[in-house]
Design a protein around this ligand. Structure first.
Ligand code: OXD
Ligand code: MN
Length: 598
């Protein structure tokens, strides 16, 4: 079956032979990244109904796909880290013995591709040939996966030639099988550079370059090799003098990373000549540069963004990015003009439409408080090319990456966390990241809106023990001579009526500017029990309707009793993580408690 393979790498060929013998596909097709082959696959997917070609005048190169109704988000309870020792996966991850797992999944993979094609996708996370890049091969029986990988990663035979005869690549096997949720598994073998995914067709579970490789496996590799794989956007703020400063920000899934990464500065700043450039919206790989600073690359090549809520006001750049070459998943199909729609796009829901389940949809029956009446699934997505983003940074394809001035953590918290605060050191910043918490969203299955601890926004994505991950953060601090300053933000604070106090979106630039001023030593701050807080007058509110100095004061208030109860939550969480939580973080926790009770 592997006649005419475009590589002689025996580690690649032997593995594909073995997986093909297991899954019994009818044929094997190598994905070369060419437009001709991609177009042929699109046509095939449209012929079988796997995708719908949208109006090519209004949305050139755009398609719609619907997943199975039981398969719409990442499944954390079905996600496993299979290390040989359970303690290396830790208490926060699900663990299975690697051999037992392989036995169980082998039964599910057996003959799962009968009568189907197995596609072989050679891909790179990062610029092919650059020292930051890492390579993977994904085997899949889904054209939808192939077409998404072609957008999200760098796919082609240059990956194989760069890999040469090396065994150093990540082996990914994906089969849709029966889409049986009871037998759905997203499994990582970090000690063997291997990922197995079965019975799902949802992006986060099946685009193996993304969460599985670029976060779970990469975080494991980063610890071994002294670098970091983080759930962070990367953006650059260009000053009127042409200088650009870069920040990374870690927020949990569906908490506005894409919006922040592509923000349009408020007029107050744009008139002066400030610009924002997007380097990445979801994942950053961070290494110590020769100059002693921390440098970041975005290993992805596209955006897999949440559609609902994306509109001309919240994120015009994302909206424009999706106007061509985009695959929409689980949004509303406007059958009158063959376009797409989602809640929060505009105030004109289509009159004649099919919802994400594939049923006729009557927008008049939509009830904001009842998610089951939505036309688009709350976790519906767009897969769009980075190069179509109007504010893409000129450094996006720079293999060196960009130097990072600040790391920003953030969660969705109605109370407790102030608009912004700064940690007092790298160690204290790692502590701030470790105690992050956020209200859950629709990006993963499970209840929405409950507060859960999500350290560094990496709870679902650390490929090893969380305590060891914290230790790795502390260790990295010792390896970076000139480390970024670490901050925490919260755009989601509400007043007593439950209304957001801060306008968010483009106006978050005002907070970014305080952060960057702090990095330059240009802004003052007040030292409090939790860290450095801005003076309200230092957050620029010029041109901002409805936000007064009093609002900013309220946004910056620290409620000691809420913080003290948070401290109890952190103690319980650290205990749950287990005995590998570094003592330095316990010292930080008791020092915080001490300051709060003083
Ligand atoms: C994502 C997620 O899709 O975090 O980026 O779930
Ligand atoms: Mn994400």
């Amino acid at each position: 079956m592997l006649k005419n393979a475009p590589t002689e790498n025996k580690y690649v060929l032997d593995w594909i032979e073995e997986m093909a013998a297991l899954c019994s596909p009818e044929s094997i097709v190598w994905i070369d990244g060419s437009e001709a082959q991609t177009e042929q696959l699109r046509a095939e997917a449209c012929a079988t109904g796997e995708m719908i070609k949208l109006d090519q005048e209004k949305l050139p190169g755009c398609y719609l796909h619907r997943t199975a109704v039981n398969d719409v988000a990442r499944v954390e309870d079905r996600t496993f880290i299979c290390t040989s020792k359970k303690e290396d996966a830790g208490n926060i991850n699900n663990w299975m013995d690697p051999e037992e797992c392989k036995q169980r999944l082998t039964k599910l993979y057996r003959n799962s591709m009968r009568d189907k094609t197995m596609y072989v996708i050679p891909y790179s996370m990062g610029i092919v040939g650059s020292p930051f890049a890492k390579y993977g091969i994904e085997l899949t029986d889904s054209i939808y996966v192939v077409l998404n990988m072609l957008i999200m990663t760098r796919v082609g035979f240059d990956v194989l030639s760069t890999l040469g005869g090396s065994p150093d690549y990540i082996k990914g096997l994906h089969a849709r099988a029966e889409l049986d949720e009871k037998n759905r598994y997203i499994v990582h073998f970090p000690e063997e550079n291997t990922i197995w995914s079965i019975n799902s067709g949802y992006g986060g579970n099946v685009l193996l370059g993304k969460k599985c490789f670029a976060l779970r496996i990469a975080s494991y590799l980063g610890r071994k090799e002294n670098w970091m794989a983080e759930h962070m956007l990367i953006l650059g703020v260009e000053y009127p003098n042409g200088e650009t400063k870069y920040v990374c920000a870690a927020f949990p899934s569906a908490c506005g990373k894409t919006n922040l990464a592509m923000l349009i500065p408020p007029e107050y700043y744009s008139k002066k000549g400030y610009k924002v450039h997007c380097v990445g919206d979801d994942i950053a790989w961070l290494r110590v540069g020769e100059d002693g600073r921390l440098w970041a690359v975005n290993p992805e090549n596209g955006f897999f963004g949440v559609a609902p809520g994306t509109n001309e006001k919240t994120n015009p750049n994302a909206l424009h990015t999706t106007l061509k070459d985009t695959i929409f998943t689980n949004v509303v199909h406007n059958t009158k003009d063959n376009t797409v729609w989602w809640e929060g796009l505009d105030k004109n829901p289509p009159e004649v439409a099919i919802d994400w389940r594939g049923n006729p949809w009557d927008h008049r029956k939509y009830d904001k408080n009842d998610k089951s009446t939505c036309g688009a699934h709350p976790n519906s997505r767009f897969t769009a090319k980075a190069t179509n983003c109007p504010c893409l940074s000129s450094e996006f394809s720079n293999p060196r990456g960009v130097p990072i001035s600040a790391i920003i953590f953030g969660g969705r918290r109605a109370k407790t966390a102030p608009l912004v605060y700064q940690s007092t050191s790298w160690q204290n910043g790692a502590f701030v990241g470790s105690i992050m918490a956020s209200e859950t969203t629709a990006a993963a299955t499970g209840e929405v809106g409950v507060v859960r601890r999500d350290p560094m926004a990496m709870r679902p994505f650390v490929g090893y023990d969380m305590g060891d991950y914290f230790a790795h953060w502390l260790n990295m601090g010792k390896l970076i001579p000139n480390p970024p300053k670490i901050f925490h933000v919260n755009w989601f604070r509400t007043d007593d009526n439950g209304s957001f106090l801060w306008p968010g979106f483009g106006d978050n630039m005002r907070v970014l500017m305080w952060i960057l001023d702090r990095c330059e030593g240009k802004a003052d701050a007040r030292e409090t029990a939790i860290g450095f807080i801005p003076y309200a007058t230092d957050i620029c509110i010029e041109g901002l309707d409805g936000v007064t100095l009093d609002t900013v004061e309220e946004l910056l208030e620290i409620d000691r009793s809420a913080w003290l109860s948070d401290v109890e939550g952190v103690k319980a969480f650290y205990k749950q993580i287990g005995d590998r939580v570094p003592s330095e973080l316990y010292s930080e926790l008791s020092a915080l408690e001490g300051r709060l009770t003083k």
